[in-house]
Design a protein around this ligand. Structure first.
Ligand code: 5RP
Length: 226
């Protein structure tokens, strides 16, 4: 599996050219993309400006000498490469397994070419076997949790080291165990309208390409133009 992740990440780095502003994703697959960009910066003198999607990726990029800028300094990003937890046939996806979904969606939104790197196990018919991460502000989180319980979403606060995980943006994550999400758009809209929810891990119709590494090779799936 690790080898497949590396293939996907390194393949995505081939889409990066000199002068680009690039979004650097988070997770164990995006890790290999960032490593390859770092290698190209060092060995090939690749000239890029990175925008990171988590404190973990910021540290990795800094250690590799990739020049970084703040999302606040730019109006658009040429290309972002990130991982995903599940991808369905309509190019909807679940992200946030690494708790970085808010920063990831903020970076994805002004991106011209948005690419996911996954191994073949991430392709699914229906989203939802992977628990849907929802980032919520701390104030009122217990009440929101009960709202999710009543809705039958089977919520659980994400834990880290025996305590509630706190995201880079100082929020909690509530993971929803939904089993099968019949209508990702409808659920996404419902969560968008729920006060106290900062962001959710449904990335519906946002991705342009999915690079899938499998035992039979690499496939590049292109989403139909919107
Ligand atoms: C982090 C993410 C990751 O991109 C997603 O969880 C996939 O990670 P991995 O490549 O380690 O399976 O959304 O918030």
């Amino acid at each position: 599996m690790e080898a497949l992740k590396k293939i996907a990440g390194v393949t995505a780095a081939q889409y990066v050219t000199d002068g680009m502003t690039i979004g650097l994703g988070t997770g164990s697959t995006a890790y290999y993309f960032v490593e390859e960009i770092g290698r190209r910066v060092k060995e090939e003198g690749l000239n890029v400006l990175g925008v990171t999607t988590s404190s973990v990726t910021t540290k990795q990029a800094q250690s590799l000498g990739i020049p970084l800028t703040s999302i606040d300094n730019i109006d658009s990003i040429d290309l972002t490469v990130d991982g995903a937890d599940e991808v369905d046939q309509d190019f909807n996806g679940i992200k946030g397994g690494g708790a970085a979904l808010l920063m990831e969606k903020i970076v994805a939104t002004p991106t011209k070419e948005y690419i996911w790197v996954v191994d073949e196990s991430k392709l699914v018919k229906h989203l939802g076997a992977f628990k849907l991460p929802v980032e919520v502000v701390q104030y009122g989180a217990e009440r929101l949790f009960r709202v999710f319980e009543k809705a039958g979403y089977h919520p659980a606060f994400r834990q880290k080291g025996g305590q509630r995980l706190i995201t880079d943006m100082q929020n909690y994550i509530i993971d929803l165990d939904l089993g099968c999400i019949e209508n990702p758009q409808a659920l996404g809209q419902k969560l968008d309208q729920t006060v106290g929810v900062v962001e959710h891990g449904l990335f519906n119709g946002m991705v342009d390409k999915v690079i899938v590494a499998g035992h039979d090779g690499v496939q590049v799936l292109s989403a139909p133009k919107q």
